[in-house]
Design a protein around this ligand. Structure first.
Ligand SMILES: O=C1O[C@H](COP(=O)(O)O)[C@@H](O)[C@H](O)[C@H]1O
Length: 258
């Protein structure tokens, strides 16, 4: 059973689920409904994944009815951040998503855009940005008429207990990057240190952003992001928005300090 915490604020919605299982069920329906709508509207669905616990929360998508009903052939899959490690490394967000999700659904392999793991962090970020520019040019990724940045259809995001999202960490200058679409970090406070990440202007230009948070470890950051606290140094999660809709999927533990 879900309840809506904090009434709507702008285009932000917050739903709290009794259990992480209920959350996963609702997240699958939300993603499948958007996939249906957007595949019909534009013939392609650009989905951005994060790493971490998010992938496990997508587990209902690889089961009936969704495994059979979603137009997987129209999906184009990206990563909001990636660790600069080989694709078969335990720390790879690609490997996590492939093992837990992508290998279980008929997405076209050529529509899965992993980073080039043969490059340095800087090279991989530039290469990924070039790939995005090419896909904007040929109309697979939309371009926001509001911001001028790429407008992905749906980003499925997670948050760490410190309030970071993607590889944008509290107090790190990358949080303020406005020029690049994709940038790199070599001193990530969370290992591994070398990563690439979408920047906030790209993340916040997304049509739909789903922020998925389960567990008590994140409750303080959730409270700062969604509660009435007035903190001057904003956490990355507090800077999150979306052009269309930003929806928080929380379990009771994550929402326990609201
Ligand atoms: O390092 C990362 O952490 C965040 C949060 O992960 P979680 O396990 O606490 O949900 C993740 O969203 C990001 O993609 C990943 O690289």
């Amino acid at each position: 059973m879900a309840e809506t915490a904090n009434p709507e604020k702008g285009n932000r919605k917050v739903e709290v689920f009794d259990t992480e299982e209920d959350l996963a069920v609702s997240l699958a329906k939300y993603t499948a409904d958007l996939s249906d709508k957007i595949c019909q509207e534009r013939g392609a669905f650009t989905v951005v994944l994060s790493g971490g616990s998010l992938i496990n929360s997508l587990r209902k998508l690889v089961e009936p009815p969704y495994v059979d009903s979603i137009e997987w052939g129209k999906w184009h899959v990206f990563w909001v951040d990636e660790r600069v490690v080989p694709k078969d490394h335990e720390d790879s967000n690609y490997k996590l998503a492939y093992d837990g999700f992508l290998s279980k659904v008929p997405i076209v392999p050529g529509n899965v855009y992993a980073i080039n793991d043969a490059l340095s962090a800087e090279g991989a970020a530039d290469d990924y940005e070039t790939c995005l520019k090419h896909l904007v040019k040929n109309g697979i990724i939309a371009l926001s008429s509001v911001s001028g940045y790429p407008k992905f259809d749906l980003m499925l995001l997670g948050m760490g207990p410190d309030g970071h999202l993607a590889s944008l960490f509290p107090g790190h200058p990358l949080v303020n990057e406005k020029e690049k679409w994709v940038t790199f970090i070599k001193d990530s406070p969370k290992p591994p240190p070398e990563r690439i990440t979408f920047t906030f202007p790209v993340i916040n230009s997304s049509a739909y952003n789903a922020m998925v948070i389960a567990g008590a470890a994140e409750a303080t950051a959730v409270h700062l992001a969604l509660g009435d606290a007035k903190n001057s140094d904003k956490l990355p999660v507090e800077l999150l928005s979306a052009e269309g809709e930003l929806k928080f999927f929380l379990d009771k533990a994550a929402a326990s300090k609201l």
